[in-house]
Design a protein around this ligand. Structure first.
Ligand code: AR6
Length: 172
């Protein structure tokens, strides 16, 4: 299975692309987004600013993904995606979270990259219950990788507790 689950700081990983759990502005924030911008340096913010807006202040809608260089990060690329804010589960959250994972992999393939690390998108500030997010993320990635086993995915959790949740979701 080309999916591994680790607990680590995603900004330290030497994969082709790390995924950022961003907000629609793509201009940085807290959590993993803040950590990625700090580690990449100010050139990342400048690169994000140059991405076109689809509405005032919106460079990436929920479920979509954009790619920039990684600048000072060990990873040469950052794929920014915007996870759904948890609103109880009946607001299309699962489909939007699945779309984040599919669109990130789509960009990876388009650039002919091979290794990618995802954080637990939406599981922090956006409030998605971890068990449910892990079920969506692992099912989507499994499904995608079934037709493309050259890609290697790392699910990069920030704590051992979160890693256990994702491992449980991936267990057959
Ligand atoms: N490496 C890996 N995972 C991390 C790291 C890190 N360095 N830092 C935090 N996490 P969050 P969201 C975990 O809140 O819920 C931002 O302000 C964290 O423990 O970063 O999608 C954006 O700008 C949690 O499990 O993202 C948006 O406004 C997971 O990453 C908003 O937060 C995701 O938590 C997005 O919220």
């Amino acid at each position: 299975m080309p999916i591994q689950i680790i607990s680590a700081d995603i900004t330290r990983l030497s994969v082709d692309a790390i995924v950022n759990a961003a907000n629609p502005s793509l201009l940085g924030g807290g959590g993993v987004d803040g950590a990625i911008h700090r580690a990449a340096g100010p050139a990342l913010l400048r690169a994000c600013r140059t991405l076109p807006e689809s509405a005032p202040g919106v460079r990436c809608r929920t479920g979509e993904a954009r790619i920039t260089p990684g600048f000072a990060l060990p990873a040469p690329w950052v794929i920014h995606t915007v996870g759904p804010v948890w609103r109880g589960g009946d607001d299309g959250e699962a489909e939007l979270l699945a779309r984040c994972h599919r669109n990130a992999l789509h960009l990876l393939r388009e650039r002919r990259l091979r290794t990618i690390a995802f954080p637990a998108i939406s599981c922090g500030v956006y409030g998605y219950p971890a068990e449910q997010a892990a079920a969506v993320a692992t099912a989507t990635l499994r499904d995608e990788l079934a037709r493309d086993d050259d890609i290697e995915v790392t699910l990069c959790c920030f704590s051992d507790a979160m890693r256990a949740v994702f491992q449980q979701a991936l267990a057959p």
